[in-house]
Design a protein around this ligand. Structure first.
Ligand code: AMP
Length: 301
């Protein structure tokens, strides 16, 4: 694995890797990219596995993007583990690791923002973290995709709204990267893996399970035939209320438009966000009524 810190080095290394593959007889090598903020866990590594199985050159970026944090304390507290990340990335099969500094990404005089407007960026996370959050996400992902020019980029369904926003941005700007959605990786007890989980105390770790438990209860009710999202919301909130956490939202939305959904007569994204102690966590599940077409439930096509 090669580690680079500037966009110029990234481009050069990417082109060299492609050139070698072409010389070896691979006419059209595919480049796959996994953008991350580091503190890698099995969720990130599942994206590497997906990219490794489909692409010839696998690029990962590790960059804690300051512009998507609405809270300076949250940015400061975000876990950083550059050396461990490099070891895990190499073991997982990453070919090229891009670890830029903040000034490499946003040099003095930097003045451009990519902004996805409307409900996609303003609902759910946008409403709670402020609309600047997805401006930060869209801008950094656009910059990373333009820097690495991957054929495919792999994102986790864990950040379901981020996926919808990135898909819209890529389509709108005509960036020729296919966005691939990958399933949520969870701990055995159901907690969705997140770099932020590292910051949970033992007690908070137990409380945090209520997020996935509420989503499981909602999904089970849908499997039993409940379609009314106000009933489902009451059920999910009752599970969340059993543990001492600050729920920010439990929402039922159309997975493509993110408009509120009143009934699960088509796939519905159920998303939850809560503060558990010092840590803000999110999770989600796609709800599909029994007997409905389940061929496209990612909501990010
Ligand atoms: P992050 O480093 O948190 O910005 O995440 C980088 C990428 O990994 C994003 O596409 C996330 O959606 C994805 N990701 C984070 N956690 C998980 C998880 N538990 N399962 C699958 N993908 C994940």
């Amino acid at each position: 694995m090669k580690t680079v810190r500037t966009v110029a080095e990234l481009r050069e290394a990417r082109d060299q890797m492609i050139e070698v593959l072409v010389l070896e007889g691979n006419d059209a090598p595919l480049v796959g990219m996994i953008p991350t903020m580091g503190a890698l866990h099995e969720g990130h590594l599942s994206l590497v596995e997906a990219a490794r199985s489909e692409c010839d050159v696998v690029v990962m970026s590790v960059f804690v993007n300051p512009t998507q944090f609405n809270d300076a304390a949250d940015l400061d507290a975000y876990p950083r583990a550059a050396e461990r990340d490099a070891t895990l990335a190499e073991q997982a099969g990453v070919d090229l690791l891009f670890m830029p500094s903040a000034t490499e990404m946003y040099p003095e005089g930097y003045a451009t923002t990519v902004s996805v407007t409307g409900t996609l960026a303003e609902a759910l996370e946008g409403a709670h973290r402020g609309r600047g959050h997805f401006d930060g996400v869209a801008t950094v992902v656009a910059k990373l995709l333009i820097a690495a020019l991957p054929d495919r980029a792999y994102f986790g369904q864990k950040d379901a709204q981020q996926l919808v926003v990135v898909k819209r941005m890529v389509r709108d700007l005509g960036i020729q990267t296919e966005i691939v959605a990958c399933p949520i990786v969870r701990d055995e007890d159901g907690l969705a893996l997140s770099s932020r989980n590292e910051r949970l105390t033992d007690e908070d770790r137990l409380r945090a399970i209520s997020l996935s438990r509420s989503l499981s209860a909602v999904a089970a009710a849908v499997a039993d035939g409940e379609t009314d999202t106000s009933e489902l919301e009451a059920l999910g909130l009752s599970v969340l209320a059993e543990s001492d956490i600050d729920v920010e939202y439990l929402a039922f939305v159309d997975p493509e438009t993110l408009h509120p959904a009143v009934s699960v007569d088509a796939p519905v994204l159920c998303a939850v966000a809560a503060r558990v102690g010092e840590v803000r966590l999110i999770d989600n599940v796609m709800l599909v009524s029994p007997g409905r077409d389940t061929t496209d439930v990612t909501g990010v096509s």
